[in-house]
Every structure is written in structure tokens, then in C-alpha cells.
Design a protein around this ligand. Structure first.
Ligand SMILES: NC(=O)c1ccc[n+]([C@@H]2O[C@H](COP(=O)([O-])OP(=O)(O)OC[C@H]3O[C@@H](n4cnc5c(N)ncnc54)[C@H](OP(=O)(O)O)[C@@H]3O)[C@@H](O)[C@H]2O)c1
Length: 414
């Protein structure tokens, strides 16, 4: 059975089961089925709560040096796996960015991390006194690395405090929240960038260039898999399976990389979207979210994209572009490192594009350049909004068992 054979039973089970979800009311689900938005809107607003130090975190032995000149000071908000593992260590490679402050609900962890990164103890903020960053001139920008359902609130509060914002993906869990975030950025006259690191990763950049240069001819099919098998857990233990913090789950968290790559490799916006979601019953990992989401996109040129993402399938992070005269294989496609890209045309060419690890520091410096020099942002809030709109279309398709027609700005054509 292929990814795109209808799993009508699974989608209907999702709809039927949804009204019984503890965080979700029946009305909210009817609305969600209508517009594809996450039904978390009517549930109590999720709250920021400090967590223990994640496993496998290596703190620097000596604090990274602050670049000289007009380096931009970041406050990192949420000291979890993403912040402490690839992101904060990468700051030592930045030319115009440094960590100036930390925001965490766990004071002890905050102080330990602050010491390792040379951040003064009085620059350790909590979620309660977050708004006091307004009067801290050491902070130019805020980097939001919180669970996705908290992005909108903290981005808006950061703008109210007069700071620029780098926000992790997905931008938010609904297009309404994204629109509010963009409006807040404009009202504060401050920059908003989404941390789409692949736009700063050499292999992905090379792939974009190859596709623009028609290295595989005309694109006919893009296939993307972003999946892994999550261990036993519950919504109480893990925000990634909690609807109010994660939306429908794997697509917002991981499959968004496949969606993004389908757009930046094709250079097109979808014309139509057809999708299926699966929510197994009797599995506490999927009491509130989908286990897997499968999407078929048709682009105006006639090219198609098949996207599959899952928290319940053996790991893969793979992309393939099939064209009229060649194939580009990317495996892994969008990870932190180890990218293997192979171009097959008349011969076989390994793509050696450079060190993938530069993607992290490059993001910080990109926003720093925009703040200091007024440079354009490659991954602005509008791009985050576009992608959330497309995810809403995917959910609407799965929940209503229909093909969704898309406008050029990502909104659903009525
Ligand atoms: N770009 C990438 O490659 C990438 C990779 C992974 C994740 N992400 C994104 O980064 C964000 C965070 O993901 P993560 O993997 O870092 O998550 P994580 O390891 O679970 O950490 C999240 C952190 O957020 C804070 N937090 C505040 N309220 C929380 C709550 N109610 N439940 C759980 N944590 C809460 C905690 O920090 P304190 O204890 O300090 O308060 C926690 O350690 C998500 O938006 C995710 O999509 C991006």
C-alpha cells in the first residue's frame, strides 16, 4: 500500500475520536475540521513551565568569545534540547551574534547554563519576569525555542518589549496567531525571522541552485520523508504529544521540513492538496495527536510532491527529486549534519557543498545583519505564515476527506 492510498478509516477515526480529547471541545473540533486549524484555540491556554536539564547536553568548558564590534545580543528563551544541543554551542562560530541573556522556568539550570556561556547571573530571566527584558539594553533580539504552542505569546511579548525576534518553526499553531505575530512586529517596528535553518545549510542551498538551473530537467515529483518512532509517552510527560502545545503533531514538528523543501526545490506554491492522517486508538502517544500525516501536492506546472511524516515509523529524513532528465537524492536531507546528496543524470555526482553545521550560526548572523544593516530577511514571518496556512489546508483535507484548492498566498480557495 502506498502512502497515498486513502486511509479514510484513520482520518474518520481521528475526527470521531477528537471530540473525546481532554483538551478539545466538540465545537472546537467542528471548527477545526472546517478550517484545518488546530483546535487548541478553545482549550485553556498552554503555560510555560520549566523543565529539567535535557540528557546529552555538553556545556562549553570556557565561555565563547563575544565578537567585537556591533554584535547582536540574543536572549535564548527555553533551555531545551534544541537550544542547548545544536544551537547555543554554534554561537562560537557567529561573527556578529552572542548570547546576552537566558529565559527559563528552571532557575538552577539557567544559572548553570549562564555560567558556561559567560552570561551574567542578572541576565537570567524567568517566564514571570520576562517582560523586564524591555529595560535590558544588553538584549537586542529574542530567540524563541519554546514548545510550538507557546511561540505566539512569547513573540508578541518580545515585540512589546521592543526586541527583534528569531522564532523556531513552526511559527505557530494557527494562521491567526501568525497574523497577530506579524502585526506585532510591524507595530513595534522590529524584525521577525523564522528559524528555517535549511535556508542557511550549504547542501540545501546547493540543491535549490541545482533545481533553478534545471540539473534534473523539469521537476515531475518531489518525495520527502521525515519520520521516526517515538518511545512510549503521554501528553502529560511530553509536549510533543500534547495537542495544545504541538497541534496535530508530526507535521508541525518534523514534516514541515519536507513541506518547506517541496516549496524551495520546486520554486512553486501548491495548486491543490490532498492529505490523510492516522490516529491509532489505544496508544497514549497518540491520544491527542496524529501518528502520521501523508500529503499529495499538485503544483501549477504539473509537478507533484508526496510528503510523509510520522512519529510511528522507522527513522528516515530523505528527499528525492525526479525530473525529466535526472534525479537528486538527499539522504539525510534536512538534518543537523551528515548530508549525502547525489545527482544522477548521465553520470553520478556526489554533491560536496560544505559544512552543514554552519547553518546554526548563520541564522543568528542573518538576523543580526538585518537588524544592524537593514538587510532583507530570507525567512520572514510571512514565510512562516504561508507554511502554517498550508498545514491548515493539509489538516482540512485529511479531516474532511477532500481535495483543497490553494491560492498563491497559501490561503484556502473557497
Ligand atoms: N530547528 C530545529 O532543528 C529544531 C529542532 C528541534 C526543535 N525545534 C523547535 O524548537 C522548539 C523547542 O523544541 P525542543 O526540542 O528544544 O523542546 P524541548 O527539548 O522539550 O525543550 C523545550 C523547552 O521549553 C521550555 N518550556 C516552557 N514551557 C514548557 C512546557 N509547558 N513544556 C515543555 N517545555 C517547556 C523548557 O525550557 P526551560 O526549562 O528552560 O524553561 C523546555 O526545556 C519547538 O518549537 C521545536 O519545533 C527546532
Amino acid at each position: 500500500m502506498t502512502n497515498f492510498q486513502a486511509n479514510r478509516r484513520g482520518a474518520l477515526a481521528f475526527l470521531a475520536g477528537a471530540s473525546a480529547l481532554p483538551l478539545v471541545g466538540a465545537c472546537a473540533n467542528a471548527q477545526a475540521a472546517e478550517d484545518g486549524s488546530s483546535p487548541s484555540g478553545s482549550a485553556p491556554a498552554p503555560e510555560a513551565v520549566g523543565q529539567p536539564m535535557p540528557g546529552n547536553v555538553e556545556l562549553p568548558d570556557t565561555p565563547p568569545e563575544k565578537p567585537s564590534g556591533d554584535s547582536v545580543g540574543y536572549a535564548v528563551v527555553g533551555l531545551g534540547g534544541d537550544a542547548l544541543n545544536p544551537l547555543m554551542p554554534s554561537i562560537s562560530g557567529a561573527r556578529r551574534s552572542h548570547i546576552a541573556a537566558l529565559v527559563s522556568g528552571n532557575r538552577g539550570k539557567c544559572e548553570t547554563v549562564a555560567k558556561a556561556y559567560g552570561v551574567p547571573a542578572d541576565a537570567c530571566y524567568s517566564y514571570d519576569n520576562f517582560d523586564e527584558i524591555a529595560s535590558d539594553d544588553r538584549i537586542d533580539a529574542v530567540y524563541i525555542v519554546l514548545p510550538s504552542g507557546l511561540h505566539a505569546e512569547y513573540v508578541e511579548r518580545a515585540f512589546a518589549a521592543g526586541k527583534h525576534v528569531l522564532c523556531e518553526k513552526p511559527m505557530a499553531l494557527s494562521s491567526t496567531e501568525c497574523e497577530r505575530m506579524i502585526a506585532a512586529s510591524k507595530a513595534a517596528n522590529r524584525k521577525l525571522m523564522i528559524a528555517y535553518r535549511c535556508h542557511f545549510e550549504p547542501h540545501n542551498l546547493k540543491a535549490m541552485e541545482l533545481m533553478r538551473d534545471k540539473a534534473v530537467g523539469d521537476i515531475r515529483l518531489i518525495r520527502a520523508n521525515q519520520q521516526y518512532r517515538m518511545g512510549p509517552t503521554t501528553p502529560k510527560k511530553n509536549w510533543r504529544v500534547d495537542r495544545s502545545l504541538a497541534g496535530y503533531g508530526p507535521l508541525e514538528d518534523y514534516g514541515i521540513y519536507g513541506l518547506q523543501s517541496a516549496l524551495y526545490l520546486s520554486g512553486e506554491m501548491p495548486a491543490t492538496i490532498a492529505a490523510r492522517m492516522v490516529q491509532p486508538t489505544g496508544d497514549s502517544r497518540f491520544a491527542e495527536i496524529a501518528s502520521s500525516v501523508s500529503t499529495l501536492i499538485k503544483f501549477p506546472s504539473g509537478a507533484m510532491a508526496e510528503l510523509y511524516t510520522s512519529y510511528d515509523t522507522r527513522s528516515a529524513n530523505r528527499g528525492v527529486v525526479y525530473g525529466t532528465s535526472g534525479v537528486l537524492e538527499m539522504d539525510p536531507a534536512t538534518g543537523y549534519g551528515g548530508h549525502q546528496y547525489t545527482l544522477r543524470t548521465d553520470g553520478v555526482q556526489q554533491i560536496e557543498a560544505g559544512d552543514p553545521s554552519v547553518q546554526f550560526a548563520a541564522q543568528f548572523d542573518h538576523l543580526a545583519d538585518a537588524i544592524r544593516d537593514g538587510a532583507d530577511i530570507r525567512t520572514p514571518g510571512e514565510m512562516g505564515l504561508r507554511d502554517v496556512r498550508l498545514m491548515e489546508a493539509i489538516f482540512k483535507s485529511a479531516l474532511t476527506d477532500s481535495v483543497i484548492h490553494i491560492n498563491p498566498d497559501g490561503t484556502i480557495r473557497s
